[in-house]
Design a protein around this ligand. Structure first.
Ligand SMILES: Cc1ncc(COP(=O)(O)O)c(C=O)c1O
Length: 364
């Protein structure tokens, strides 16, 4: 059988060892006689899973003690509304628009208060992160919202020393990291809030992880539903409602796998190598094009276009026949997109590059 490599942007490929563990434990988790799906979320078995999952995530990201970790439902889009509800508190907020997802965050937030646009690259088709010196930041803003990796356009925040951030003079930064969380080292203490939908580097869709600095809890508008009130959830171990137990369990298995790989620092090296392989090839030929400024090219989501777009269908069909799946670009962007999250082995990228070379030379 052809080896399958899944380049979907999300839900996306998960580490095989984690899925195999889930398979082995499906009917009987650790001799409990129950599947994790069947357990009470408040029982000692599931509580031990939740606690280990949080402990491992804290270790992976070196999350400081004054941050709470919440396991919420509704994905990242639900949080787009919960962020202003939990933080605005009558003030305004700054938003940077650097791609489709941060644009969406603005649309979702506008209903709740005054939103100022710090920067917007839509006119340049979302191909870079502008120099921070040009951003219009308000010192009285309740927060600055950014999306540090734009999944659709493949634009990532980078600086000389890893992930660079604007100087907000104390205004908390709220970052949507859905599509690159755990792919690289970050300094959590530079953020007020980090959030991410699970279905890329974490686990199954639906679960959303929110990492929030404790001093930002307690500003929620009275309109905030209890399930989305971060303070209430933090005080109740994310159990004001029944949490997405199975998704949390799978996330825990993925975290264990990542720790066994050597953690975020080790996977970052692999991610750099994988992305370099693909970008180097794209840059070596006129046949394929990536339009993102080199300094902001995402390591996780790599959009590319054929110079001759009339061959898109043939490219995708040929890729599928070789087991290279879900390479079609997002409908708002077109072309192709290879999402190469943590669980994509380098062999998958090698197979993609080999196919791209063949397609260029032989048309198959
Ligand atoms: C950066 C980013 N933000 C937000 C979302 C929306 O996530 P969800 O559909 O889980 O709400 C996505 C989904 O792909 C994403 O990539």
């Amino acid at each position: 059988m052809t080896k399958i490599y899944n380049f979907s942007a999300g839900p996306a490929v998960l580490p095989k060892p984690a899925l195999e563990r889930a398979q082995a434990e499906m009917l009987d988790w650790h001799g409990s006689g129950m599947s994790v799906m069947e357990m009470s979320h408040r029982g000692k078995e599931f509580m031990s899973i939740l606690e280990k999952t949080e402990t491992d995530l804290r270790a992976l990201l070196a999350i400081p003690n004054d941050y709470k970790v919440l396991f919420l439902q509704g994905g990242a889009i639900a949080e787009n509304a919960m962020i202003p509800l939990n933080l605005l508190n009558g003030a305004s907020a700054d938003y940077a628009i650097t791609g489709g997802w941060s644009k969406r965050s603005v649309e979702d937030a506008r209903a709740y208060g005054t939103i100022n646009i710090a920067t917007n690259t839509e006119a340049e088709n979302f191909t870079h992160v502008p120099d921070f010196a040009t951003w219009q930041l308000n010192k009285d803003a309740a927060y600055l919202h950014i999306c540090t990796n734009e999944t659709l356009q493949g634009v990532e925040f980078f600086g000389d020393q890893g992930l660079a951030l604007p100087n907000t003079h104390g205004v908390p930064i709220v970052a949507d990291m859905s599509s690159h969380i755990l792919s690289r080292k970050i300094d959590v203490s530079q953020y007020g809030v980090i959030y991410g939908g699970a279905q890329k580097n974490i686990g199954p869709a639906g679960l959303c992880i929110v990492i929030v600095r404790e001093d930002l809890l307690g500003f929620a508008s009275k309109l905030t539903p209890a399930v989305f009130n971060w303070k209430v959830q933090a005080e109740n171990q994310s159990m004001i409602n029944t949490p997405a137990t199975y998704s949390i369990y799978i996330a825990g298995l993925v975290f264990e796998w990542l720790l066994a790989q050597g953690g975020v620092e080790a996977i970052e090296k692999v991610n750099i190598a994988k992305a370099k392989l693909l970008y180097d090839y794209i840059d070596s030929t006129d046949f394929y094009i990536n339009k993102v400024a080199v300094k902001n090219r995402s390591r996780m989501n790599i959009p590319f276009f054929l110079k001759d777009e009339s061959r898109n269908e043939a490219f995708l069909k040929g890729a599928e026949a070789k087991g290279l799946l879900q390479l079609k670009g997002h409908r708002s962007v077109g072309g192709m997109r290879a999402s190469i999250y943590n669980a994509m082995p380098i062999e998958g990228v090698q197979a993609l590059v080999a196919y791209m070379q063949n397609f260029e030379t032989n048309g198959t």
